[in-house]
Design a protein around this ligand. Structure first.
Ligand code: AHM
Ligand code: MG
Length: 334
């Protein structure tokens, strides 16, 4: 029987392989893993919300059942604040970034960007959701509070990125820029265990993932490309939770698109805490991540925390083919 490798063991082992590693990033990743476990417990009992609420009323505790995305946000902040390695957080649930005070009398050298519960509209109907995170080294002085400059670094400056998918099982996938590994939560021992080492995205796949309900709102070249996917008899899969849709593509190959629409002329997804972390993972697994202007997402300038972007990501050969469609049909439209 092969030995179980837990997330903590894997992080420590990987740290040893990096010369001059200080252990700070490892501690941060470990604490994100703990926050994910706490969020997982709550996500799993989401359907019990009303029952728990009623019980609380009877007990007159005065507690409110929190919305899960707020709960997840608070847990991420709480665990990152305790880690002592994180000086600030930007989150989908916060208008501005928050500054975390130094604990343990040491400088905190990292900032974290996160969508604590992506696709949260799926919760009420028992469909998968996810947590997304990206980690950067701060560029401001460790002696001061973090600044906006720490958060508006390009995605290619991330030192680590990952997601947690709360699906039929709970899986944490992360990269520190040296390949991608996946860890499934074993409920029996309460640990994330290495289940998908060195994930490589297939060059092609049979899936395309896009909200085809917006078809008529897409630009001509995008409509042509989607027609092409349909002509090829590719299977359309769209869960409406980016983490879940991308996770399928990580293993089975395919392409995920969220183009501009009339409602979202810049695209809907957020560059900082959705597109950039997922792009780092996709690229590290051998895939490609660009916007509909065919620019590499990780090279895009970040101007503000809640900036939006269009997204095309997935298997290398399929994204390349999509690029050719855009080049061909946008030329005709001009
Ligand atoms: P959220 O962060 O508010 O949950 O929105 C992000 C989600 C993505 O997970 C998903 O890909 C997309 O929004 C779905 O949007 P739409 O319903 O427009 O297809
Ligand atoms: Mg989101």
């Amino acid at each position: 029987m092969s030995k179980i490798v837990t997330l903590d063991e894997f992080i420590i082992k990987s740290q040893k392989e990096i010369t001059h590693a200080t252990g700070e990033l490892s501690r941060l990743l470990r604490d994100i893993g703990i926050a994910a476990k706490v969020i997982n417990v709550e996500v799993n009992k989401a359907g019990l919300g009303e029952i728990l609420g009623a019980a609380q009323k009877e007990n007159n505790t005065g507690d409110n059942v929190q919305k899960l995305d707020i709960f997840s946000n608070e847990k991420m902040i709480e665990f990152l604040a305790n880690s002592g390695e994180c000086c600030g957080i930007a989150s989908e649930e916060l208008d501005e970034f928050v500054t975390l005070p130094n604990v343990l009398d040491k400088d905190a050298n990292y900032i974290v960007v996160t969508d604590p519960l992506d696709g949260s509209s799926n919760i009420d109907v028992n469909v998968s959701v996810g947590t997304i995170f990206g980690i950067y080294k701060r560029v401001s002085s460790p002696k001061e509070d973090c600044t906006l400059a720490d958060f508006i670094q390009k995605g290619c400056e991330q030192v680590a990125a990952g997601y947690v998918l709360y699906g039929t099982s709970t899986i944490l996938v992360y990269t520190t820029g040296n390949g991608v590994n996946g860890f499934t939560l074993d409920p029996a021992i309460g640990e994330f265990c290495l289940s998908h080492p060195n994930i490589k995205m297939p060059e092609r796949g049979n899936y395309y993932s896009v909200n085809q309900g917006y078809y008529l709102k897409f630009d001509l070249e995008m409509r042509r490309y989607i027609d092409h996917c349909s002509d090829l008899n590719l299977r359309l899969r769209y869960i409406g939770s980016m983490v879940s849709d991308i996770h399928r593509i990580m293993f089975q190959g395919g392409i995920f698109l969220y183009p501009n629409t009339r409602k979202y002329p810049q695209g809907k997804l957020r560059l900082l805490y959705e597109a950039n972390p997922i792009s780092m993972i996709v690229e590290q697994a051998g895939g490609t991540a660009i916007n509909t202007k065919l620019e590499r997402i990780l090279d895009l300038d970040v101007h503000k925390i809640h900036q939006r972007t269009t997204v095309v990501m997935g298997s290398k050969a399929m994204v390349q083919e999509m690029k050719e469609f855009v080049q061909r049909y946008s030329a005709i439209e001009i």
